[in-house]
Design a protein around this ligand. Structure first.
Ligand code: HEM
Ligand code: HEM
Length: 182
């Protein structure tokens, strides 16, 4: 399997970025969804810290992935429909944009409530803003709303790839999965 993308398939690095990030993001979504109900105590503290650390890791991965995308070819779309291809491009770009909104609003919320974040006990990232209840409220609203917009897009994205696989019977999923798509 090629390291870089070709016009007909994603390469090893893009495939890893895609699937490793998808797993981390969906796991972090689940943590975020349930962690608010946890009782105060060490478990709640641990899960909140894990959620924030994974969110910061996602920011780092987005930057690396965007850089990799910039120096790579993007495989040609397999659909013949101009409109669907435009829509697919729009959804793919939106993922990067909305993810940045989700992560930075989470970081701002956490900063406004509690200061710097200790990432996996390895290093700290500074607070983005001073402690401030008003900013905290706004950032929390943006975080909670943008993450549901994001997850709706993921739903559309998954349905679209299943449509390609089962109805159009093309290589869309195969060329993003590991191994050769030929
Ligand atoms: C992949 C990125 C992320 C995803 C998918 C995600 C997802 C979520 C979800 C689903 C919620 C619950 C929203 C609701 O109340 O309905 C949440 C809450 C929260 N997130 Fe994130 N988040 C991400 C990144 C971050 C980051 C980077 C931080 C901070 C550094 C963060 C901090 C928080 C905090 C503090 C809450 C509030 C929990 C509460 O008070 O109930 N999140 N997140
Ligand atoms: C959090 C979850 C996900 C995110 C953020 C995401 C994001 C993306 C992005 C940005 C691309 C464009 C290629 C790139 O820039 O690397 C892409 C392509 C793709 N994704 Fe996902 N994805 C997610 C989950 C999934 C899942 C669960 C599936 C499988 C059902 C899937 C199937 C695909 C396929 C088949 C492509 C290739 C599309 C093409 O060739 O045009 N993705 N994804």
């Amino acid at each position: 399997m090629a390291i870089k993308n070709t016009l007909s398939s994603y390469g090893f690095v893009s495939k890893n970025f895609h699937w490793i990030m998808a797993v981390i993001i969906l796991f972090n979504f689940t943590l975020g969804y349930f962690m608010g109900d946890l009782d105060k105590g060490p478990l709640r503290f641990f899960i909140f810290n894990l959620h924030k650390s994974l969110g910061i890791l996602i920011i780092i991965l987005i930057i690396l992935r965007l850089f990799w995308r910039l120096i790579n070819l993007v495989p040609t779309p397999l659909s013949q429909s101009y409109l669907l291809n435009k829509l697919s491009k729009f959804v793919h770009y939106s993922f990067y944009f909305i993810l940045l909104v989700v992560t930075f609003s989470g970081w701002t919320y956490s900063s406004a409530r509690g200061g710097p974040i200790n990432v996996f006990g390895l290093f700290s990232v500074p607070a983005l803003v001073e402690k401030n209840e008003e900013i905290g409220k706004i950032a929390r609203n943006i975080h909670a709303n943008s993450v549901y917009v994001f997850i709706t897009f993921v739903g559309i994205h998954i349905l679209a790839s299943l449509y390609h696989h089962y109805f159009l019977k093309d290589k869309t999923i195969k060329r993003m999965w590991f191994g050769s798509s030929d």
